[in-house]
Design a protein around this ligand. Structure first.
Ligand SMILES: N[C@@H](CCC(=O)N[C@@H](CS)C(=O)NCC(=O)O)C(=O)O
Length: 204
């Protein structure tokens, strides 16, 4: 049987993207929380041994580590033949969009609203970018229930990774009703859990 260990943290939407895909696929894995708010050198040693970029998530499959949430999502879709939306290249488009757009704007806007005082110019830039990204999703989800069509895929796991923290931005998700309805559809899927439920464990 394949062994899987996921290193992550409950405040990390990047980790959550992977955990959600594993849950939707029904693949068993061991979860290990990494104390990301501690200095890197003080975090758990087993994670130090497998992280390539000093980040979470890392998924170790049969002893082989893979970093970068979207690379992990692609690997899961490719190896299982599921969650690929029927066309893995089209799904990959969404992952690259997410990595450069909503995977930057939403986590960083949240970061500066919640934990660190952000430069006002930077905050304004991030907010404008976030609103544009939400607008992009709103337009897409106006036409279909999930980003790749009728079925959930890795595109949804990627683009919704941080959406469960949206209330921490101070913005109202109700401004994007199709996005809000999409999150409701995702939350109704068997295997769905909120990141604070899915990724909580004693940090080391
Ligand atoms: N591009 C990476 C981003 C990962 C990332 O930003 N991880 C953050 C947590 S969300 C992290 O490990 N931060 C701790 C640090 O940089 O020390 C991915 O998609 O996996």
């Amino acid at each position: 049987m394949t062994s899987r260990v996921l290193y992550g943290h409950y405040e990390s939407g990047h980790s959550y993207k992977v955990a959600l895909a594993l849950n939707l696929l029904g693949l068993p894995y061991e979860y290990r929380e990494v104390a990301v708010f501690s200095p890197r050198e003080e975090r758990r040693e087993d994670w130090q041994a497998v992280t390539r970029y000093g980040e979470i998530p890392v998924l170790v499959t049969d002893g082989k580590p893979l970093s970068q949430s979207d690379a992990i999502l692609l690997s899961l879709a490719r190896t299982t033949g599921r969650l690929d939306g029927g066309d893995i290249d089209q799904a990959a488009q969404w992952l690259f969009w997410e990595a450069n757009r909503i995977g930057i704007s939403l986590p960083n806007y949240r970061l500066y609203r919640r934990w660190e005082a952000g430069d006002p110019g930077l905050l304004a830039w991030l907010r404008a970018r976030l609103e544009a990204d939400m607008g992009r999703l709103e337009q897409e989800l106006h036409e279909r229930p999930f980003l790749m069509g009728e079925e959930v895929s890795i595109a949804d796991c990627a683009c919704a990774g941080y959406a469960w923290f949206f209330d921490q931005t101070g913005l109202d998700i109700g401004a994007w009703p199709h996005v809000k309805a999409w999150l409701g559809r995702l939350a109704a899927l068997p295997g769905w859990k909120h990141p604070y439920e899915l990724l909580r464990e004693e940090a080391v």
